[in-house]
Design a protein around this ligand. Structure first.
Ligand SMILES: [Zn+2]
Length: 360
């Protein structure tokens, strides 16, 4: 009995040990699985250290450009899931509906939903159709699989109040803040886990006219999507400082605000000659970062658009001044050539100076 009992004990000890090993194996497997999942869900920590000069560049962008919002934090964005979007968590009067596909989620307000649902469906179509040309110009695009599964969120604001309120929510700014002077904005959260786009917000005025018009929602959407790609592409582990015209000019060039036409008014050319040196900010009071920035890229791509693509590709990893050095372009000489190009173009065409676009 004893022996038998001992044998039984030994048997159960062996079984117990086996069960123990099995449970430990399961625990380790689960742990590895969990760690792996975290690894899969989070981008590599390549932004672990953002140089102070890059932080300064991003902070300054917030100050000088009402058409952009950047939330900077040490930890970086943690909630990449669309379930955490303001478009889904808002309740009461601010509750949103949405249309989505595999790449985008477009939020629209619950009121007047037949009209706004139609806009949301059209925005989805425009956004998807823009991806190939974005890849062509910018060299890349970021699908949800590149963004921890996050779809690019687009908010269609049906009123000025909703526009302001949405931006304040995305930027955690004072609920009373007004964002006058912009008709579209892209809000980013940037930190050590990467650059997450909280959302693109489009102003209600953009839905009043032809979507393909100068300030129609088609062009504003393309402009803001260009920011999504540009700012998602910057290597935040490097010291980077760009003049505002670098990012706004390429967004204008991409959305073809002026239908891809180069400026030709003598006033605009004189303005560029006197005030738009390529080693400086263009005057901030004249929205010249937009229209003169676009003009520069039109000049650069005049003979070969590859020059624009190469310029942007370099801008992802280094500052504007270094982009010129690496491209073997002297900033002062390039500026002179740009103005000469505009004067030659002016002889071919006489046009009014385009109206200053509203800030986006
Ligand atoms: Zn912009």
């Amino acid at each position: 009995m004893k022996k038998k009992k001992r044998n039984t004990n030994q048997g159960s000890n062996v079984r117990g040990t086996l069960v123990g090993f099995f449970l430990m194996f399961c625990a380790i497997a689960l742990l590895f699985g969990w760690v792996y999942k975290i690894g899969v869900n989070r981008p590599p920590l390549k932004y672990a250290l953002i140089p102070e000069s890059t932080i300064e560049y991003l902070r300054n962008l917030n100050n000088i450009n009402p058409g952009q919002g950047i939330n900077l934090s040490d930890e970086g964005p943690m909630d990449w899931d669309n379930d955490e979007d303001f478009g889904q968590t808002a309740s009461g009067d601010m509750k949103w509906r949405f249309e989505e596909d595999e790449n985008f989620i477009v939020y629209y307000h619950k009121d007047k939903d037949a009209l706004w649902q139609g806009y949301a469906q059209q925005v989805l179509k425009y956004a998807d159709a823009a991806i190939p040309s974005m890849i062509d110009l910018m060299g890349r695009y970021y699908y949800p699989k590149d963004m921890n599964g996050r779809k690019l969120a687009i908010y269609l604001a049906e009123s000025e109040n909703v526009y302001n309120n949405t931006i304040n929510q995305l930027m955690n700014t004072n609920p009373a803040s007004r964002h006058t002077g912009s008709i579209g904005i892209t809000v980013f959260s940037i930190g050590r886990t990467g650059c997450m786009t909280d959302g693109i917000v489009i102003h209600p005025d953009c839905f009043k006219d032809d979507p393909h018009g100068e300030n129609g929602y088609y062009k504003v959407l393309l402009h803001e999507m260009n920011h999504y790609v540009f700012f998602s592409s910057l290597d935040y582990s490097k010291p980077i400082k760009h003049y505002l015209w670098v990012s706004e000019g390429i967004a204008e060039y991409y959305c073809q605000r002026n239908d891809g036409k180069q400026i030709s008014s003598p006033e605009a050319i004189a303005f560029i000659e006197q005030k738009c040196a390529l080693n400086s900010e263009f005057p901030l009071t004249d929205n010249s970062a937009y229209w003169a920035g676009e003009s520069f890229y039109l000049h650069l791509g005049n003979q070969n658009e590859k020059r624009v693509k190469d310029f942007i590709n370099l801008a992802y990893t280094t500052s504007t001044d270094s982009v010129f050095i690496l491209s073997k372009m002297d900033q002062s000489t390039t500026h002179k050539k740009w103005v000469e190009d505009l004067r030659a173009h002016q002889l071919l065409e006489t046009e009014e100076m385009p109206e200053e676009p509203e800030v986006q």
